[in-house]
Design a protein around this ligand. Structure first.
Ligand code: BGC
Length: 383
């Protein structure tokens, strides 16, 4: 059964010892909330991980525009996936006296000294999409239902393989097994990667157990499947190596669990370079995804990538802003989950948003009709 403790990133005694009591605004130095201040006198620091993934650019734009519309000043910085850069950026935000911090970390456990420094001057911290771990100075967390992302990825894979029908019930028409799949995970320093993996593995496990599915490489542990820093090239290279090592002599590959669209596209490149496909109809294995990036939506429309998971970043940004405003007004932000996200030192109160599975049959409804993308963008595969 799903056990939230599984997702705790080991609390270390050192981290616990480091956890200074949060000042909660009293005796604050230069920063932190001033409940009497007008938004125009308050700056919100927004630390973002990278611009390589489309979603973080959309998140950043939505947060900035939303906060500015409310009158706040925004200090937003992208760190190019470099941990020291992100640490410096946050240090600088603290020194400049921001009223609150919204942080999408690169490595969730790498910002302890920044979190302690923020708490020491009463600056509240909201973890954005990725949990900040091993530190008690995290006030709130806004994210999607990450475990369900993994469940949906696995269900999409099972559907694509013909094991489940479109209602995600056993189809009774599963092709003669075993079907061969390979598994990819995200970056191990991102707590989300563990939740995506766990949701997927819990869903796939019965099919491994009864022999419907097999992993010819035998690489079934998250450490073996991980993709450091979520880099596309790393996933493409691993797929190439898996193909040359385990798929000679007629072994066929039927599907790949891929945790994010750029990785899916790297994997698809590797498969096509080996002469598979180029479309699913022409024999390309079923590949999953996440984030509904425009290039992947085009591939889904074209019958190349099989699925992705849509996480509406407009809603996450809005939720982050609502939570920030509550904190700045001296109120407790509304949480809808106070159990799942144990960061190793404490359970961080969270607000989780829903996610949706995108297939060729519903991308119009989920993404075009909701004006996330235009039809032209889908056709060109570009924003
Ligand atoms: C996010 C995903 C994203 C991944 C890589 C995760 O923390 O939740 O949406 O694909 O990071 O950037």
């Amino acid at each position: 059964m799903y056990n939230r403790r599984t997702f705790m990133l080991g609390a270390t005694a050192a981290a616990a010892a480091l956890g200074l009591a949060a000042c909660g605004g009293e005796g604050a130095g230069s920063g932190g909330p001033d409940t009497d201040a007008a938004p125009s006198d308050q700056t919100v620091g927004v630390a973002m991980p990278t611009q390589t993934y489309e979603r973080w650019v959309a998140d950043g734009n939505n947060i900035k525009a939303g906060l500015e519309e409310k009158g706040f000043t925004v200090d937003m910085q992208y760190a190019g996936d470099d941990i020291p850069t992100q640490q410096q950026q946050i240090d600088q935000m603290i020194n400049s006296g921001v009223s609150a911090l919204l942080i999408a970390s690169i490595d969730g456990a790498s910002l302890s000294s920044q979190l302690d420094a923020a708490a020491a001057v009463g600056i509240p911290v909201i973890a954005y999409d990725r949990l900040l771990t091993d530190n008690e100075n995290v006030d709130f967390y806004v994210t999607f239902d990450n475990y369900t992302v993994g469940v949906n990825q696995a269900n999409a894979l099972l559907f694509g393989l013909g094991i489940l029908d479109e209602s995600f019930e056993p189809s009774g028409e599963a092709p003669e097994g075993p079907l061969n799949v390979e598994l990819f995970a995200g970056s191990l320093d991102d707590n989300n990667a563990h939740l995506f993996w766990q949701g997927a593995i819990d869903t796939l496990q019965p099919y491994f157990d009864d022999g419907t599915l097999e992993v010819p490489s035998g690489q079934m542990e998250i450490d073996q499947a991980a993709t450091q820093r979520w880099e596309q090239e790393t996933a493409q290279k691993r797929m190439e190596t898996l193909l040359t090592t385990h798929y000679n002599g007629g072994t066929e590959l039927d599907g790949v669990l891929a945790p994010a669209d750029p990785l899916s596209r790297g994997i698809i490149n590797a498969l096509q370079n080996r002469g598979m496909g180029p479309t699913i109809e022409e024999g390309l294995p079923i590949v999953t995804g996440q984030d509904a990036e425009i290039a992947s939506i085009k591939l889904i429309a074209d019958g190349v990538q099989h699925s992705t998971i849509f996480k509406d970043t407009r809603n996450l940004a809005e939720q982050a802003i609502i939570s920030t405003e509550s904190i700045l007004n001296g109120e407790e932000p509304e949480a809808n989950d106070t159990e799942t996200y144990d960061n190793g030192v404490k359970v961080v109160p969270s607000y989780l948003l829903e996610v949706q599975m995108v297939l060729q049959s519903n991308y119009e409804e989920l993404l075009v009709e909701t004006e996330y993308y235009t039809e032209e963008q889908v056709e060109s595969g570009q924003l």
